[in-house]
Design a protein around this ligand. Structure first.
Ligand SMILES: NC(=O)c1ccc[n+]([C@@H]2O[C@H](COP(=O)([O-])OP(=O)(O)OC[C@H]3O[C@@H](n4cnc5c(N)ncnc54)[C@H](OP(=O)(O)O)[C@@H]3O)[C@@H](O)[C@H]2O)c1
Length: 286
């Protein structure tokens, strides 16, 4: 049976010009060589995105989508492009784009949260109306989030993981964290992260909290799932290709679990690595 336009599955991966996102697309191509899946390769830079498509062998079902998730204008344009050119629907959105900021400055915090938290939040809000029944949103997070939370005060742990947390309250937690960096009062307000890059860690803890809120608020109407996934520690530019890290292909597989595991085997709002649900607060491994 030939595939009709209605049957096209559309999957968007942000930040897919390199690293784990690139391998997610490679793995998707391995699994869905059929022509009925349209894959949108998100890249903030068109040349880097085009280069990635060429590295994949220029498959006819992979299309470049210019998308800087830290720019409201770029998100707006990308959403319009999807609506106009790709049947106006999405089946799977993989929020993979991310940055690791190690400087403890307010500028670094703004930049880190703009991509890792606010970018995901804005893109999800704008794409939600076109995510189809049974669709999935996968927010690529990190185990550093739960570890950074473990090193924070009990009060903050409770707030970030509260089942009644609202998005407005979460935004306020994020803004308070950034203000505390500006005023050098992080410890006074309960953030003790010494072991891990605090901005990155708290941005991913906030992303896990956002996943829980989105899962609660968005699933009922159309059986949509919102999940957080850790790819595990992988050798990419972000980790300077650390020799003790696993391959980005394995990191991509962790994300593919969340795409292909049957919905009744997943906990909506859960945080997964390699198909196994992980806690939202976890002791740093020694
Ligand atoms: N590697 C790990 O060990 C590890 C562990 C846990 C979680 N993660 C998460 O996995 C995801 C992918 O990381 P990675 O290791 O593959 O990192 P990476 O190799 O540095 O790739 C990051 C990707 O995100 C893109 N990006 C950055 N800022 C962006 C923006 N404003 N708009 C759109 N795209 C943007 C980058 O594009 P450019 O090429 O244009 O910079 C690149 O394509 C991230 O969310 C990261 O936090 C990674």
């Amino acid at each position: 049976m030939s595939s009709t336009k209605e049957q096209q599955r559309v999957i968007l991966v942000t930040g897919a010009n390199k690293g784990i996102g690139f391998y997610v697309i490679k793995r998707l191509l391995d699994r869905s060589a059929s022509a009925n899946t349209t894959i949108l390769l998100g890249s903030r830079d068109l040349d880097r995105g085009q280069n990635a498509i060429e590295q994949l062998g220029s498959p006819s079902n992979v299309h470049l989508l210019q998308l800087d998730v830290s720019s409201a204008q770029s998100i707006h344009q990308a959403v319009n492009t999807i609506k106009e050119k790709y049947d106006g629907h999405l089946d799977v959105l993989i929020n993979n784009a991310g940055v690791l900021t190690t400087d403890m400055t307010v500028d670094a915090a703004r930049q880190g949260f703009a991509v890792n938290y606010y970018g995901v939040k804005t893109l999800n809000e704008q794409l939600l109306p076109i995510i189809r029944e049974d669709g999935r949103i996968i927010n690529v997070s990190s185990q550093i989030g739960p570890m950074a939370l473990y090193e924070s005060s009990i009060e903050l742990q409770k707030k970030y993981t509260s089942p009644s947390l609202t998005v407005e309250e979460l935004d306020q937690l994020v803004e308070n964290f950034i203000s505390a960096i500006e005023t050098s009062t992080l410890e006074d307000v309960g953030y003790y992260s010494k072991t891990y890059p605090a901005i990155y860690g708290i941005s991913k803890a906030a992303l896990n909290a956002l996943t829980q809120i989105e899962a609660r608020e968005w699933n009922s109407a159309k059986n949509r799932l919102v999940l957080s996934v850790s790819p595990g520690f992988c050798a990419t530019d972000m980790t300077s290709h650390a020799s003790n890290a696993r391959s980005p292909e394995l990191g991509a597989d962790s994300i593919l679990h969340a795409i292909y595991t049957p919905a009744n085997e997943l906990h909506n709002g859960g945080f997964y690595r390699d198909g196994i649900e992980l806690p939202l607060i976890s002791e740093p491994s020694t």
